[in-house]
Design a protein around this ligand. Sequence first.
Ligand code: SIN
Ligand code: CO
Length: 384
Amino acid sequence: MSRLLGGLSAAQFLSEYWQQRPLLIEQAWPGAGGWLQAEDLIELAGEEGIEARLILEQGATPWELRHGPFPAALFKKLPASHWTLLVQAVDHYDLQLAELLEELRFLPSWRIDDIMISYAPPYGSVGPHDDRYDVFLLQLHGHRRWQVGPIVDADHPRLPHPRLRLLQNMPVDFEATLAPGDLLYLPPGAAHHGIAEDDCLTLSIGFRAPNLAHLLEHIVDAVLESQPGPVLYSDARRQPSPHPGQLGKSDIDSLRRQVLALLDDKQRWQEVLARTLSEAKYEDYLPQGESYEPEALRAYLQNGGQLLRDPASRFIYTEDEEQHIQAWVNGELRPDADPELFVRIADCRQLRCPAGDGLTTEQLAFLCAWIEEGLLLPGDEEEA
Ligand code: SIN
Ligand code: CO
């Protein structure tokens, strides 16, 4: 049972709400306020390389959008109301948030994009809009008044804005004020508008859905690269043509089938999908680690220490035809991974190996090498 779904089972949620309709769960996570404060978010928004945006409802232009980094001093100069600071991928920096993502283990982790957190003073809002992806909105601090409407299509009238998908009119099915710990799930395309009632911190778990056109491009590229030479159309034993000027239906059908047969290679699909879906959120991301001695690591784990999967990296595993595990990290196949440990880390975000859970010398060497690469992170040593 996921803590995020109130009393619903994952199966019920998936069959009745996921990708279909909004769901409000009061007090889904009563302790949500303990994670992060507005000052923490403002500090993150000031750092180079962190994706931060500021939306000022009454800025230089209506709904002015600015991109970070933003020096902390800027926030002292902003008006007392009507703006929102949004910081993406906070889960990459705040390791405590892994606890929250673990509650979504009923969905494959490749469907999860990141955790965004917003801070807004009273009346702060990003405007009425719809998002392309599913989202769980968890109220951390303060209160936000939400209007939620139906799923709107691409033709719904929009406000002219270069970047934001703002709705010209906001269709409302229901309204609710979310207090800390309350959660709102929205499917892709649902109209929504949230307005801060006081100093307000809202966390969004955003999902991703691959663009099928991009997947097609990747698979076509991979198939073409794998061909040693051109594969030509063949038509042995064809029927005589009654109309030589016509490109006939049976020829169209057989050309289509021969092209699709090129693409119909399960092994290739598996590789292309695992490579593509395991790419890190940020293309230029380079994990950084530090060296760790195998015996020190053994002692650390035996004393209850844990290793966390680097939250900015994506881990996926597949099975080949002989049911061997193939480990993929950040778009690369990693034959050096220990299959058993990799599966545990990819499924659970963390690895605990209490005393008795004997690790071989090879397994320790693998863990140390990945800690050094920054793909595995020892938790706080004092906790061990
Ligand atoms: C917000 O946190 O202010 C907006 C989130 C959303 O509407 O998607
Ligand atoms: Co939204």
